[in-house]
Design a protein around this ligand. Structure first.
Ligand code: SF4
Length: 287
């Protein structure tokens, strides 16, 4: 029987003391344990940023990609091997800045992967610049007079663009976050969890006291995740009260289910070595 220590590596996390990434790290390990996963059952794809350092601290298959490209890599892994549980993880700067186009297209494809956004509303690794979810008026090294744009709303965007499981977690609520990860991984289709993750060093305004006083659980007020309209209205609700939990869930065929080439077997099971290139060229010429 595995416990969550089975997913530790020999390295100790190097995040700042109190960083919200610790909570996400624990929640992932607890979720893998609850799902009874072996280390080789999971492939994680990591982006660039403080969250990307997770690649050193989780003993599962991993791919540390380039900035903003976690979702195309994760999609490729899933299409090539249907037996792996594929989880992409990145900061909001990575996934909603340079990677925003990939995020939207992965939502509409509904590929069976999970995406966890470490949303600390600031670029942490590069020492505190404004990110795509920084609120209007936010002052940082890159916007000393305050942000004049509106922040991106990842949950509303995901629901509207076709993601079939959309949730928000909080890294200060590890047990709850762990249960969201379990549900997201079990869900068939593209599942997104936006995680409120305090960056205690470069964004102290959005730290534990701020969230502890505001978060409430949607399941405690009887929200039905199949109600899309309500899900969008909760996704837009970010103020004195901040909802966490499953906002939206719907059952739809995945990209793999709908693809004639992939529905019966993944790419890795095609014997491409049997294809004669000259026969292929001849076939194209004749067509
Ligand atoms: Fe965490 Fe912020 Fe430190 Fe990065 S800079 S490790 S996000 S607290």
């Amino acid at each position: 029987m595995k416990d969550n220590k089975s997913f530790n590596t020999y390295q100790t996390p190097s995040w700042c003391p109190g960083c919200g990434n610790f909570g996400i790290w624990y929640a992932l390990k607890n979720a893998f344990t609850e799902l009874n996963f072996d280390n080789s059952d999971v492939c994680m794809v990591f982006g660039i940023g403080c969250s990307g350092n997770l690649s050193n601290f989780l003993k599962v298959y991993g791919f540390h990609g380039i900035h903003g490209r976690t979702l195309p890599v994760a999609s490729g892994i899933r299409l090539a091997n249907h037996s792996l549980n594929v989880i992409a993880t990145s900061g909001e700067g990575d996934g909603l800045g340079i990677g925003l186009g990939h995020f939207i297209h992965t939502c509409r494809r509904n590929i069976d992967i999970t995406y966890i956004i470490h949303d600390n509303r600031v670029y942490g690794l590069t020492t505190g610049q404004t990110s795509p979810t920084s609120p209007t008026g936010f002052q940082s090294k890159s916007t000393p007079f305050g942000v004049i744009e509106e922040p991106i709303n990842p949950l509303a965007l995901a629901i509207i663009q076709g993601a079939t499981f959309v949730a928000r977690g909080y890294s200060g609520e590890i047990e709850h976050l762990s249960s969201l990860i379990v549900q997201a991984v079990k869900h068939k289709g593209f599942s997104v969890i936006d995680v409120l993750q305090p960056c205690v060093t470069f964004n102290p305004n959005y730290s534990y006291p701020f969230y502890n006083h505001r978060v409430y659980k949607l399941e405690d007020i009887g929200h039905n995740p199949e109600d899309k309209e309500k899900a969008i209205s909760y996704a837009l609700d970010y103020g004195d009260k901040i909802p966490i939990g499953v906002f939206y869930r719907v059952s739809k065929p995945t990209y793999e289910d709908k693809s004639e080439e992939l529905k019966d077997k993944p790419l890795a099971e095609y014997d491409i070595l049997d294809i004669s290139i000259s026969d292929l060229i001849e076939e194209i010429r004749e067509s």
